[in-house]
Design a protein around this ligand. Structure first.
Ligand code: DOR
Ligand code: ZN
Length: 346
């Protein structure tokens, strides 16, 4: 039997939702992860530090007894975000980052930013106080093909913004293209990227071959195989600029399996098993700790976790439930389409 012990991992991009869904899914994260950056795209979104404080309290209240999970809160950037409120949130230690959703890019992003010019005062303040900006890096321009939206965002929004505010720390979240990987590698400073579990495993065929498979649909949408290979190379390289952000995003089945299904893949429950599989395939198990447990804290200026987890490779298949029952309804679990053998020892 093979096994590997690493520092307890963190998830640098997570959707926990609220209410019954929050209660139904949080245990799947707190079981394996010490901390997570919590996405603010609730309805209504988490736009002020007061919103974030209240949401944090609801998350803590929903934690299974005994779990020590720490939610790292973010604010949803709008064209009216108050720089003083953002600074107060950072100073108090409540706020870890601010999230930029281009308006219309994804789930509950309609209150996001249409005109980046309007957000410049907040972004300037963030650059000054060293508060990172997490970006959903896709343009929403109707003329731009959905498979090109990340590359066009880098060229037309992100690169100009970084040239204008070189001191601003930017996390390109859920990078899905070789263009994104190359752009991050080309930066001299103040740019890093998170990579999801599922984008290391699926390409766009998973969504479209043999029928439309809504449980593989997320945003940014999975791209061609050459992009997946670039993501795998970056994630398993040990390069400190790349770290895990699962983007685990639960939606109940009826909202996925319909004429206009929601974007989002639920991976919290089996991410560590999937990652160990991927890293073993790439002969890079020795880099798993960097990707899941070391590079993220270094980027966000936080201490690494002192606790360890052990992953063991079992002869038999490790079975996860196909669906998770939440108070809000059933949520389908990501199926990597290969048997899993790596298991987190409990
Ligand atoms: O697939 C996604 N789901 N991508 C996002 O950016 C948002 C997320 C969600 O909130 O469902
Ligand atoms: Zn997300």
């Amino acid at each position: 039997m093979q096994s590997i012990t690493i520092r307890r991992p963190d998830d640098w991009h997570l959707h926990l939702r609220d209410g019954a869904m929050l209660e139904g899914v949080i245990g799947d994260t707190s079981r394996d992860f010490a901390r997570a950056i919590i996405m603010p795209n609730l309805v209504p979104p988490v736009v002020t530090t007061a919103d974030a404080e209240a949401y944090r309290a609801r998350i803590i209240a929903a934690l299974p007894k005994g779990d020590k999970f720490q939610p790292l809160m973010t604010l949803y950037l709008t064209e009216h975000t108050n720089p003083d409120d953002v600074e107060a949130g950072k100073t108090s230690g409540l706020i870890t980052a601010v999230k930029l959703y281009p308006a219309g890019a994804t789930t509950n992003s309609h209150g996001g930013v249409r005109d980046i010019e309007k957000a410049i005062p907040v972004l300037e303040r963030m650059a000054k106080i060293g508060l990172p900006l997490c970006v959903h890096g896709e343009v929403t321009t109707p003329e731009v093909d959905i498979f090109d939206r990340e590359a066009v965002f880098i060229e037309t929004v992100l690169d100009p913004l970084r040239k204008r505010l070189p001191e601003l720390k930017v996390t390109m979240e859920h990078v899905t293209t070789k263009d994104g990987i190359d752009y991050i590698k080309s930066a001299k400073a103040n740019l890093a990227g998170s990579i999801t579990t599922h984008h290391l495993i699926i390409n766009r065929n998973a969504i479209l071959v043999g029928g439309i498979r809504p449980h593989y649909y997320c945003l940014p949408v999975a791209k061609r195989e050459n992009h997946r290979l670039a993501l795998r190379a970056a994630a398993t390289s040990g390069d400190p600029r790349f770290f895990l952000g699962t983007d685990s995003a639960p939606h109940v089945d009826p909202l996925k399996e319909c004429a206009c299904g929601c974007a989002g893949i639920y991976t919290s429950i089996n991410t560590m098993s999937c990652l160990a599989h991927v890293f073993e395939q790439e002969s890079a198990l020795d880099k798993l700790e960097a990707f899941a447990s070391l590079n993220g804290p270094a980027w966000y200026g936080l201490p690494v976790n002192e606790e360890r987890i052990t992953l063991v490779k079992r002869k038999e298949t490790v079975n996860f439930p196909g669906k998770v029952e939440t108070g809000a309804g059933l949520v389908t679990v990501f199926d990597p389409m290969f048997p899993l053998h790596w298991d987190v020892e409990r």
